[in-house]
Design a protein around this ligand. Sequence first.
Ligand SMILES: *[C@@H]1O[C@H](CO)[C@@H](O)[C@H](O)[C@H]1NC(C)=O
Ligand SMILES: *[C@@H]1O[C@H](CO)[C@@H](O)[C@H](O)[C@H]1NC(C)=O
Ligand SMILES: *[C@@H]1O[C@H](CO)[C@@H](O)[C@H](O)[C@H]1NC(C)=O
Ligand SMILES: *[C@@H]1O[C@H](CO)[C@@H](O)[C@H](O)[C@H]1NC(C)=O
Ligand SMILES: [Zn+2]
Length: 459
Amino acid sequence: MYTTLARPLLPLALPLLLVPQPSPRLLPARAPLLRVLLPLPSLLVLIASGMSSAPTVAASTTFASGTTPTFLPNAPPLPNALSLNPANYPPLDKTPPVDSPEVQQWIKEVNATGIQIPDFAPTVAGGCPTNPDAVNDQSRCWWTCGGCAAPDDIEQCPDKMTWGLTYDDGPALYTGDLLAYLDQANLKATFFVVGSRAISYPALLQEEYMAQHQIAVHTWSHPPMTTLTNEQIIAELGWTKKVIKDVLGVTPTFWRPPYGDVDNRVRAIAKAMGLQTSIWTRISPEATFDTGDFDIAGGQTTSTQVLNNWENIIGNATTIDHGFIVLEHDLFQQTVDIAMDYILPDALAHQPPFKIEPIISCLNKPLQDAYIETNDNSSNPIGMSSAAPTGVSSASDGAHTTSPQTGASATGSASSAEASGNSSGASANGKNSAMGIAAPSSMGAIALALVSGVVALFL
Ligand SMILES: *[C@@H]1O[C@H](CO)[C@@H](O)[C@H](O)[C@H]1NC(C)=O
Ligand SMILES: *[C@@H]1O[C@H](CO)[C@@H](O)[C@H](O)[C@H]1NC(C)=O
Ligand SMILES: *[C@@H]1O[C@H](CO)[C@@H](O)[C@H](O)[C@H]1NC(C)=O
Ligand SMILES: *[C@@H]1O[C@H](CO)[C@@H](O)[C@H](O)[C@H]1NC(C)=O
Ligand SMILES: [Zn+2]
Protein backbone atom coordinates (compact mmCIF):
# COMPACT_ATOMS: atom_id res chain seq x y z
CA MET A 1 0.00 0.00 0.00
CA TYR A 2 2.82 2.33 0.78
CA THR A 3 4.19 2.04 -2.74
CA THR A 4 0.94 3.18 -4.30
CA LEU A 5 1.03 6.19 -2.01
CA ALA A 6 4.62 7.05 -2.52
CA ARG A 7 4.06 7.58 -6.19
CA PRO A 8 1.88 10.66 -6.18
CA LEU A 9 2.67 12.03 -2.77
CA LEU A 10 6.32 11.77 -1.88
CA PRO A 11 7.64 13.45 -5.02
CA LEU A 12 5.66 16.49 -4.08
CA ALA A 13 7.42 16.81 -0.78
CA LEU A 14 10.91 15.57 -1.55
CA PRO A 15 12.04 18.31 -3.91
CA LEU A 16 11.30 20.80 -1.22
CA LEU A 17 13.71 19.01 1.04
CA LEU A 18 16.51 18.55 -1.46
CA VAL A 19 16.44 21.78 -3.40
CA PRO A 20 16.70 25.18 -1.72
CA GLN A 21 13.54 26.21 -3.45
CA PRO A 22 10.94 28.17 -1.54
CA SER A 23 7.78 26.36 -0.61
CA PRO A 24 4.62 28.14 0.42
CA ARG A 25 5.31 27.20 4.02
CA LEU A 26 8.71 28.85 3.99
CA LEU A 27 7.27 32.13 2.87
CA PRO A 28 4.27 32.93 4.99
CA ALA A 29 2.76 36.06 3.57
CA ARG A 30 2.34 38.01 6.74
CA ALA A 31 4.98 36.62 9.07
CA PRO A 32 8.32 37.13 7.33
CA LEU A 33 10.26 37.17 10.58
CA LEU A 34 9.18 33.65 11.31
CA ARG A 35 10.56 32.34 8.04
CA VAL A 36 13.82 31.02 9.38
CA LEU A 37 12.04 29.30 12.24
CA LEU A 38 9.65 27.34 10.11
CA PRO A 39 10.61 23.71 9.59
CA LEU A 40 11.01 22.11 6.22
CA PRO A 41 8.05 20.06 5.11
CA SER A 42 8.03 16.83 7.04
CA LEU A 43 8.92 13.49 5.63
CA LEU A 44 5.91 11.27 6.00
CA VAL A 45 7.52 9.02 8.59
CA LEU A 46 8.24 12.03 10.74
CA ILE A 47 4.57 12.89 11.04
CA ALA A 48 3.92 10.58 13.95
CA SER A 49 2.81 10.34 17.51
CA GLY A 50 5.35 12.06 19.77
CA MET A 51 6.95 14.02 16.94
CA SER A 52 8.98 16.95 18.17
CA SER A 53 7.11 20.20 18.30
CA ALA A 54 7.85 22.73 15.64
CA PRO A 55 7.56 26.46 16.35
CA THR A 56 4.06 27.66 15.61
CA VAL A 57 2.77 30.59 13.63
CA ALA A 58 0.90 32.88 15.99
CA ALA A 59 -1.98 34.99 14.82
CA SER A 60 -0.32 37.28 12.32
CA THR A 61 -2.44 40.31 12.94
CA THR A 62 -4.45 41.70 15.77
CA PHE A 63 -7.45 43.37 14.26
CA ALA A 64 -8.49 46.62 15.85
CA SER A 65 -11.92 46.41 17.35
CA GLY A 66 -14.33 48.23 15.10
CA THR A 67 -12.66 46.95 11.92
CA THR A 68 -15.52 46.14 9.58
CA PRO A 69 -15.18 43.13 7.30
CA THR A 70 -15.54 44.52 3.79
CA PHE A 71 -15.96 41.10 2.18
CA LEU A 72 -19.22 40.42 4.02
CA PRO A 73 -22.18 42.69 3.26
CA ASN A 74 -24.02 43.83 6.43
CA ALA A 75 -21.32 42.44 8.72
CA PRO A 76 -21.08 44.23 12.06
CA PRO A 77 -17.70 45.65 13.15
CA LEU A 78 -15.28 43.27 14.87
CA PRO A 79 -15.60 43.27 18.64
CA ASN A 80 -12.55 43.78 20.83
CA ALA A 81 -11.67 40.12 21.29
CA LEU A 82 -8.89 40.93 23.72
CA SER A 83 -11.35 42.36 26.19
CA LEU A 84 -13.19 39.07 26.56
CA ASN A 85 -12.87 37.55 30.00
CA PRO A 86 -12.76 33.73 30.02
CA ALA A 87 -14.26 33.87 33.52
CA ASN A 88 -17.53 34.95 31.90
CA TYR A 89 -17.72 31.65 30.02
CA PRO A 90 -18.23 28.08 31.22
CA PRO A 91 -15.23 25.98 32.28
CA LEU A 92 -13.25 24.69 29.31
CA ASP A 93 -13.89 21.25 27.84
CA LYS A 94 -16.86 20.38 30.03
CA THR A 95 -20.53 20.44 29.11
CA PRO A 96 -21.72 23.80 30.49
CA PRO A 97 -24.17 23.83 33.42
CA VAL A 98 -27.79 24.21 32.35
CA ASP A 99 -28.95 26.40 35.27
CA SER A 100 -27.24 29.59 34.11
CA PRO A 101 -29.46 32.51 33.01
CA GLU A 102 -28.01 32.22 29.49
CA VAL A 103 -28.91 28.56 29.05
CA GLN A 104 -32.34 29.06 30.65
CA GLN A 105 -32.99 31.82 28.12
CA TRP A 106 -31.90 29.63 25.18
CA ILE A 107 -34.15 26.82 26.42
CA LYS A 108 -37.09 29.25 26.29
CA GLU A 109 -36.12 30.36 22.79
CA VAL A 110 -35.90 26.77 21.56
CA ASN A 111 -39.32 26.06 23.02
CA ALA A 112 -40.73 29.22 21.44
CA THR A 113 -39.80 28.06 17.94
CA GLY A 114 -42.46 25.37 18.29
CA ILE A 115 -40.12 22.84 16.71
CA GLN A 116 -41.09 19.42 18.02
CA ILE A 117 -38.17 17.67 19.69
CA PRO A 118 -38.48 13.88 19.48
CA ASP A 119 -38.72 12.28 22.89
CA PHE A 120 -35.75 9.89 22.64
CA ALA A 121 -33.74 9.09 25.73
CA PRO A 122 -30.08 10.09 25.47
CA THR A 123 -27.83 7.23 24.33
CA VAL A 124 -25.47 5.70 26.86
CA ALA A 125 -21.68 5.83 26.68
CA GLY A 126 -20.16 3.16 24.48
CA GLY A 127 -21.63 4.00 21.11
CA CYS A 128 -23.35 1.55 18.80
CA PRO A 129 -22.60 -1.69 20.69
CA THR A 130 -24.12 -0.46 23.96
CA ASN A 131 -27.25 1.06 22.40
CA PRO A 132 -28.85 -1.71 20.31
CA ASP A 133 -32.41 -0.36 20.71
CA ALA A 134 -31.41 3.10 19.58
CA VAL A 135 -29.47 1.65 16.65
CA ASN A 136 -32.51 -0.33 15.53
CA ASP A 137 -35.00 2.51 15.99
CA GLN A 138 -35.15 3.91 12.49
CA SER A 139 -37.22 6.89 13.59
CA ARG A 140 -34.17 8.06 15.52
CA CYS A 141 -32.09 8.16 12.32
CA TRP A 142 -28.75 7.92 14.12
CA TRP A 143 -26.00 8.81 11.66
CA THR A 144 -23.14 7.45 13.72
CA CYS A 145 -24.57 3.96 13.93
CA GLY A 146 -25.69 3.03 10.47
CA GLY A 147 -25.21 6.27 8.58
CA CYS A 148 -28.85 7.39 8.50
CA ALA A 149 -28.98 10.94 7.18
CA ALA A 150 -31.98 13.26 7.46
CA PRO A 151 -33.11 15.12 4.34
CA ASP A 152 -31.60 18.37 5.66
CA ASP A 153 -28.17 16.97 6.54
CA ILE A 154 -25.25 18.29 4.52
CA GLU A 155 -23.08 15.28 3.72
CA GLN A 156 -21.74 16.29 0.34
CA CYS A 157 -21.41 19.08 -2.17
CA PRO A 158 -23.84 18.94 -5.10
CA ASP A 159 -21.34 19.43 -7.94
CA LYS A 160 -19.02 16.64 -9.05
CA MET A 161 -15.28 17.11 -8.37
CA THR A 162 -16.07 19.78 -5.78
CA TRP A 163 -14.50 19.39 -2.34
CA GLY A 164 -16.05 21.18 0.63
CA LEU A 165 -12.82 21.67 2.58
CA THR A 166 -13.23 21.51 6.39
CA TYR A 167 -11.06 21.56 9.52
CA ASP A 168 -12.41 20.71 12.98
CA ASP A 169 -11.56 21.21 16.64
CA GLY A 170 -9.54 24.43 16.48
CA PRO A 171 -8.45 27.11 16.66
CA ALA A 172 -5.30 25.62 18.17
CA LEU A 173 -1.54 25.89 18.21
CA TYR A 174 -0.89 24.98 14.56
CA THR A 175 -3.92 26.71 13.04
CA GLY A 176 -1.70 29.70 12.19
CA ASP A 177 0.53 27.48 10.05
CA LEU A 178 -2.49 26.13 8.22
CA LEU A 179 -3.90 29.63 7.66
CA ALA A 180 -0.58 30.79 6.17
CA TYR A 181 -0.57 27.77 3.85
CA LEU A 182 -4.19 28.27 2.78
CA ASP A 183 -3.46 31.94 2.06
CA GLN A 184 -0.50 31.05 -0.14
CA ALA A 185 -2.53 28.42 -1.96
CA ASN A 186 -5.47 30.80 -2.27
CA LEU A 187 -7.82 28.31 -0.64
CA LYS A 188 -10.77 28.95 1.66
CA ALA A 189 -12.15 26.39 4.08
CA THR A 190 -14.88 25.83 6.65
CA PHE A 191 -13.60 25.74 10.23
CA PHE A 192 -15.78 23.89 12.73
CA VAL A 193 -14.78 25.67 15.91
CA VAL A 194 -14.82 24.30 19.46
CA GLY A 195 -16.07 27.00 21.85
CA SER A 196 -13.45 26.16 24.47
CA ARG A 197 -10.71 26.75 21.89
CA ALA A 198 -12.34 29.96 20.62
CA ILE A 199 -12.16 31.63 24.03
CA SER A 200 -8.55 30.38 24.32
CA TYR A 201 -7.44 31.70 20.89
CA PRO A 202 -9.74 34.58 19.93
CA ALA A 203 -7.10 36.30 17.76
CA LEU A 204 -6.67 33.16 15.64
CA LEU A 205 -10.43 32.89 15.26
CA GLN A 206 -10.57 36.49 14.06
CA GLU A 207 -7.76 35.77 11.61
CA GLU A 208 -9.69 32.78 10.20
CA TYR A 209 -12.80 34.89 9.80
CA MET A 210 -11.05 37.93 8.31
CA ALA A 211 -9.29 35.64 5.79
CA GLN A 212 -12.79 34.82 4.52
CA HIS A 213 -12.94 31.26 5.73
CA GLN A 214 -16.35 30.05 6.86
CA ILE A 215 -16.66 29.79 10.64
CA ALA A 216 -19.09 27.20 12.00
CA VAL A 217 -20.04 25.63 15.34
CA HIS A 218 -18.55 22.39 16.69
CA THR A 219 -19.88 22.49 20.32
CA TRP A 220 -18.35 23.87 23.51
CA SER A 221 -16.65 20.72 24.84
CA HIS A 222 -16.82 18.17 22.01
CA PRO A 223 -19.07 15.50 23.55
CA PRO A 224 -20.98 12.82 21.64
CA MET A 225 -24.18 14.87 21.44
CA THR A 226 -26.70 12.00 21.48
CA THR A 227 -25.55 11.15 25.03
CA LEU A 228 -26.66 14.57 26.36
CA THR A 229 -30.03 15.78 27.64
CA ASN A 230 -31.94 18.36 25.60
CA GLU A 231 -30.83 21.08 28.01
CA GLN A 232 -27.17 20.05 27.77
CA ILE A 233 -27.37 20.04 23.96
CA ILE A 234 -28.76 23.59 24.11
CA ALA A 235 -25.93 24.61 26.48
CA GLU A 236 -23.22 23.12 24.19
CA LEU A 237 -24.56 24.83 21.07
CA GLY A 238 -25.65 28.06 22.75
CA TRP A 239 -22.30 28.82 24.39
CA THR A 240 -20.41 28.07 21.18
CA LYS A 241 -22.68 30.38 19.19
CA LYS A 242 -22.23 33.03 21.86
CA VAL A 243 -18.44 32.91 22.10
CA ILE A 244 -18.11 33.04 18.31
CA LYS A 245 -20.43 36.03 18.18
CA ASP A 246 -18.50 37.71 21.01
CA VAL A 247 -15.22 37.23 19.12
CA LEU A 248 -16.41 37.92 15.56
CA GLY A 249 -19.66 39.85 15.81
CA VAL A 250 -21.45 37.18 13.79
CA THR A 251 -23.17 33.90 14.69
CA PRO A 252 -22.71 30.79 12.52
CA THR A 253 -25.63 29.09 10.80
CA PHE A 254 -23.82 25.76 10.31
CA TRP A 255 -22.62 23.19 12.83
CA ARG A 256 -20.99 19.76 12.76
CA PRO A 257 -21.67 17.16 15.47
CA PRO A 258 -18.46 15.80 17.05
CA TYR A 259 -17.88 12.20 15.88
CA GLY A 260 -20.80 12.80 13.48
CA ASP A 261 -22.93 11.80 16.45
CA VAL A 262 -26.38 13.08 15.57
CA ASP A 263 -29.92 11.72 15.65
CA ASN A 264 -33.33 13.31 15.07
CA ARG A 265 -33.49 14.67 18.64
CA VAL A 266 -30.15 16.45 18.32
CA ARG A 267 -31.02 17.59 14.78
CA ALA A 268 -34.30 19.17 15.94
CA ILE A 269 -32.60 21.11 18.73
CA ALA A 270 -29.86 22.32 16.40
CA LYS A 271 -32.47 23.43 13.90
CA ALA A 272 -34.40 25.30 16.58
CA MET A 273 -31.12 27.09 17.36
CA GLY A 274 -30.70 28.12 13.72
CA LEU A 275 -27.93 25.62 12.96
CA GLN A 276 -27.68 23.55 9.79
CA THR A 277 -26.36 20.06 10.53
CA SER A 278 -23.32 19.27 8.39
CA ILE A 279 -21.42 15.99 8.54
CA TRP A 280 -19.06 14.45 5.98
CA THR A 281 -19.41 12.17 2.98
CA ARG A 282 -20.27 8.52 3.49
CA ILE A 283 -20.95 6.51 0.36
CA SER A 284 -21.02 3.11 2.05
CA PRO A 285 -20.23 1.67 5.49
CA GLU A 286 -16.68 1.07 4.29
CA ALA A 287 -16.19 4.32 2.41
CA THR A 288 -16.55 7.19 4.84
CA PHE A 289 -14.57 10.27 3.88
CA ASP A 290 -12.64 10.44 7.15
CA THR A 291 -8.88 10.79 6.74
CA GLY A 292 -8.34 9.41 10.26
CA ASP A 293 -5.82 12.22 10.77
CA PHE A 294 -7.00 12.82 14.35
CA ASP A 295 -5.58 9.47 15.45
CA ILE A 296 -1.95 10.06 14.46
CA ALA A 297 -1.16 12.18 17.49
CA GLY A 298 -2.35 9.52 19.93
CA GLY A 299 -0.58 6.72 18.06
CA GLN A 300 -3.82 4.94 17.02
CA THR A 301 -2.92 5.25 13.36
CA THR A 302 0.05 6.19 11.20
CA SER A 303 0.55 8.92 8.66
CA THR A 304 0.96 6.19 6.02
CA GLN A 305 -2.47 4.83 6.91
CA VAL A 306 -3.96 8.33 6.74
CA LEU A 307 -2.55 8.81 3.23
CA ASN A 308 -3.91 5.39 2.30
CA ASN A 309 -7.33 6.59 3.50
CA TRP A 310 -6.84 9.78 1.51
CA GLU A 311 -6.03 7.78 -1.66
CA ASN A 312 -9.27 5.85 -1.18
CA ILE A 313 -11.18 9.08 -0.63
CA ILE A 314 -9.97 10.74 -3.82
CA GLY A 315 -10.39 7.46 -5.69
CA ASN A 316 -14.02 7.39 -4.63
CA ALA A 317 -14.44 11.14 -5.06
CA THR A 318 -13.64 10.90 -8.75
CA THR A 319 -16.17 8.11 -9.32
CA ILE A 320 -19.27 9.57 -7.59
CA ASP A 321 -21.60 11.91 -9.45
CA HIS A 322 -21.58 14.61 -6.77
CA GLY A 323 -19.03 16.53 -4.73
CA PHE A 324 -17.75 15.57 -1.32
CA ILE A 325 -16.79 16.64 2.18
CA VAL A 326 -13.77 15.18 4.02
CA LEU A 327 -13.11 15.06 7.77
CA GLU A 328 -9.80 16.70 8.78
CA HIS A 329 -8.60 18.57 11.85
CA ASP A 330 -6.49 21.60 12.74
CA LEU A 331 -6.03 20.57 16.39
CA PHE A 332 -2.63 18.85 16.24
CA GLN A 333 0.70 19.47 14.55
CA GLN A 334 0.38 16.05 12.90
CA THR A 335 -3.01 16.84 11.35
CA VAL A 336 -1.84 20.23 10.09
CA ASP A 337 1.46 18.89 8.73
CA ILE A 338 -0.14 16.06 6.80
CA ALA A 339 -2.67 18.50 5.34
CA MET A 340 -0.03 21.05 4.27
CA ASP A 341 2.69 18.66 3.13
CA TYR A 342 0.68 15.89 1.51
CA ILE A 343 -3.10 16.07 1.28
CA LEU A 344 -3.53 19.61 -0.04
CA PRO A 345 -0.56 19.52 -2.48
CA ASP A 346 -1.85 16.19 -3.79
CA ALA A 347 -5.37 17.56 -4.21
CA LEU A 348 -4.11 20.73 -5.88
CA ALA A 349 -2.07 18.69 -8.37
CA HIS A 350 -4.95 16.34 -9.19
CA GLN A 351 -6.10 16.04 -12.78
CA PRO A 352 -8.85 16.65 -13.58
CA PRO A 353 -8.77 19.44 -11.00
CA PHE A 354 -10.89 19.54 -7.89
CA LYS A 355 -12.77 22.70 -7.05
CA ILE A 356 -11.84 23.26 -3.40
CA GLU A 357 -13.98 25.63 -1.34
CA PRO A 358 -15.86 26.06 1.96
CA ILE A 359 -19.11 24.14 2.45
CA ILE A 360 -21.22 27.30 2.14
CA SER A 361 -19.65 27.98 -1.29
CA CYS A 362 -19.90 24.40 -2.51
CA LEU A 363 -23.63 24.63 -1.76
CA ASN A 364 -23.64 27.61 -4.14
CA LYS A 365 -24.61 30.01 -1.38
CA PRO A 366 -22.96 33.37 -0.60
CA LEU A 367 -20.73 33.60 2.48
CA GLN A 368 -23.32 35.95 4.05
CA ASP A 369 -25.61 32.97 4.51
CA ALA A 370 -23.05 31.40 6.84
CA TYR A 371 -23.98 33.87 9.62
CA ILE A 372 -27.30 34.86 11.20
CA GLU A 373 -26.51 38.59 11.17
CA THR A 374 -25.63 38.74 7.47
CA ASN A 375 -27.92 36.02 6.17
CA ASP A 376 -30.31 37.00 3.39
CA ASN A 377 -33.47 36.05 5.25
CA SER A 378 -35.72 36.28 2.22
CA SER A 379 -33.77 33.99 -0.08
CA ASN A 380 -32.41 31.75 2.70
CA PRO A 381 -34.80 31.54 5.64
CA ILE A 382 -33.06 30.02 8.66
CA GLY A 383 -35.27 27.10 9.62
CA MET A 384 -37.05 28.23 12.75
CA SER A 385 -40.59 27.18 12.05
CA SER A 386 -40.68 24.05 9.96
CA ALA A 387 -41.13 20.62 11.47
CA ALA A 388 -38.24 18.60 12.81
CA PRO A 389 -36.72 16.09 10.45
CA THR A 390 -38.28 12.70 10.87
CA GLY A 391 -37.80 9.23 9.54
CA VAL A 392 -35.06 7.65 7.55
CA SER A 393 -33.65 9.45 4.61
CA SER A 394 -33.55 8.13 1.13
CA ALA A 395 -30.38 9.73 -0.08
CA SER A 396 -29.72 9.52 -3.76
CA ASP A 397 -26.68 7.31 -3.49
CA GLY A 398 -28.71 4.78 -1.54
CA ALA A 399 -25.98 4.28 1.01
CA HIS A 400 -27.84 5.42 4.08
CA THR A 401 -29.24 2.21 5.37
CA THR A 402 -29.21 1.30 9.01
CA SER A 403 -26.83 -1.48 9.86
CA PRO A 404 -26.97 -2.38 13.53
CA GLN A 405 -23.47 -3.74 13.75
CA THR A 406 -21.84 -0.63 12.41
CA GLY A 407 -19.21 0.75 14.66
CA ALA A 408 -16.05 -0.66 16.09
CA SER A 409 -15.88 -1.34 19.77
CA ALA A 410 -14.17 1.22 21.88
CA THR A 411 -10.52 0.71 22.52
CA GLY A 412 -10.43 2.78 25.66
CA SER A 413 -7.33 4.43 24.34
CA ALA A 414 -6.21 7.88 25.29
CA SER A 415 -7.19 9.36 21.97
CA SER A 416 -10.53 9.31 20.29
CA ALA A 417 -11.20 9.31 16.61
CA GLU A 418 -13.74 11.71 15.34
CA ALA A 419 -15.09 8.94 13.26
CA SER A 420 -18.29 7.11 12.89
CA GLY A 421 -16.63 3.89 13.95
CA ASN A 422 -16.63 2.69 10.40
CA SER A 423 -14.44 4.98 8.41
CA SER A 424 -12.11 3.72 5.76
CA GLY A 425 -9.29 4.31 8.20
CA ALA A 426 -11.03 2.47 10.98
CA SER A 427 -11.82 -0.61 8.98
CA ALA A 428 -8.33 -0.71 7.61
CA ASN A 429 -6.48 -0.74 10.90
CA GLY A 430 -9.25 -1.88 13.23
CA LYS A 431 -8.11 0.54 15.88
CA ASN A 432 -10.77 3.15 15.72
CA SER A 433 -12.55 3.91 18.96
CA ALA A 434 -16.19 4.11 18.04
CA MET A 435 -17.27 7.70 18.36
CA GLY A 436 -14.73 8.19 21.09
CA ILE A 437 -17.54 7.62 23.55
CA ALA A 438 -15.28 5.56 25.75
CA ALA A 439 -13.29 8.65 26.58
CA PRO A 440 -15.27 11.71 25.62
CA SER A 441 -13.17 14.01 27.73
CA SER A 442 -9.85 12.77 26.43
CA MET A 443 -9.77 15.10 23.48
CA GLY A 444 -10.24 18.02 25.79
CA ALA A 445 -7.45 16.70 27.95
CA ILE A 446 -5.12 16.44 24.97
CA ALA A 447 -6.06 19.86 23.77
CA LEU A 448 -5.50 21.35 27.19
CA ALA A 449 -2.15 19.65 27.56
CA LEU A 450 -1.11 21.07 24.23
CA VAL A 451 -2.41 24.46 25.05
CA SER A 452 -0.98 24.95 28.50
CA GLY A 453 2.53 26.22 28.58
CA VAL A 454 2.49 27.76 25.15
CA VAL A 455 -0.44 30.01 25.69
CA ALA A 456 1.84 33.01 25.85
CA LEU A 457 2.62 32.62 22.17
CA PHE A 458 -0.91 33.69 21.41
CA LEU A 459 -3.02 36.70 22.02
C1 LIG B 1 -42.87 24.62 25.55
O1 LIG B 1 -43.06 24.63 26.95
C2 LIG B 1 -44.39 24.40 27.33
C3 LIG B 1 -44.48 24.59 28.84
O2 LIG B 1 -43.48 23.87 29.49
C4 LIG B 1 -44.83 23.02 26.92
O3 LIG B 1 -46.16 22.77 27.30
C5 LIG B 1 -44.70 22.92 25.42
O4 LIG B 1 -44.99 21.62 25.01
C6 LIG B 1 -43.29 23.28 24.98
N1 LIG B 1 -43.26 23.33 23.53
C7 LIG B 1 -42.39 22.62 22.82
C8 LIG B 1 -42.45 22.79 21.33
O5 LIG B 1 -41.56 21.89 23.32
C1 LIG C 1 -13.25 3.63 -2.17
O1 LIG C 1 -13.03 3.40 -0.79
C2 LIG C 1 -12.95 2.03 -0.43
C3 LIG C 1 -12.89 1.95 1.07
O2 LIG C 1 -12.00 2.85 1.62
C4 LIG C 1 -11.73 1.42 -1.11
O3 LIG C 1 -11.64 0.04 -0.77
C5 LIG C 1 -11.87 1.60 -2.60
O4 LIG C 1 -10.70 1.11 -3.23
C6 LIG C 1 -12.08 3.06 -2.97
N1 LIG C 1 -12.34 3.19 -4.39
C7 LIG C 1 -11.52 3.83 -5.21
C8 LIG C 1 -11.95 3.90 -6.64
O5 LIG C 1 -10.47 4.33 -4.83
C1 LIG D 1 -31.82 38.20 9.20
O1 LIG D 1 -32.48 37.96 10.42
C2 LIG D 1 -31.66 38.06 11.57
C3 LIG D 1 -32.48 37.71 12.78
O2 LIG D 1 -32.97 36.43 12.66
C4 LIG D 1 -31.09 39.44 11.69
O3 LIG D 1 -30.21 39.52 12.79
C5 LIG D 1 -30.34 39.80 10.43
O4 LIG D 1 -29.89 41.11 10.48
C6 LIG D 1 -31.22 39.60 9.20
N1 LIG D 1 -30.39 39.76 8.01
C7 LIG D 1 -30.32 40.91 7.34
C8 LIG D 1 -29.38 40.93 6.16
O5 LIG D 1 -30.97 41.89 7.64
C1 LIG E 1 -18.26 -1.58 9.26
O1 LIG E 1 -19.51 -2.03 8.86
C2 LIG E 1 -19.46 -3.22 8.08
C3 LIG E 1 -20.86 -3.55 7.60
O2 LIG E 1 -21.83 -2.89 8.31
C4 LIG E 1 -18.86 -4.35 8.93
O3 LIG E 1 -18.80 -5.55 8.16
C5 LIG E 1 -17.49 -3.95 9.36
O4 LIG E 1 -16.94 -4.92 10.21
C6 LIG E 1 -17.53 -2.61 10.09
N1 LIG E 1 -16.19 -2.15 10.39
C7 LIG E 1 -15.88 -1.74 11.59
C8 LIG E 1 -14.48 -1.29 11.77
O5 LIG E 1 -16.65 -1.72 12.51
ZN1 LIG F 1 -14.29 17.33 16.32
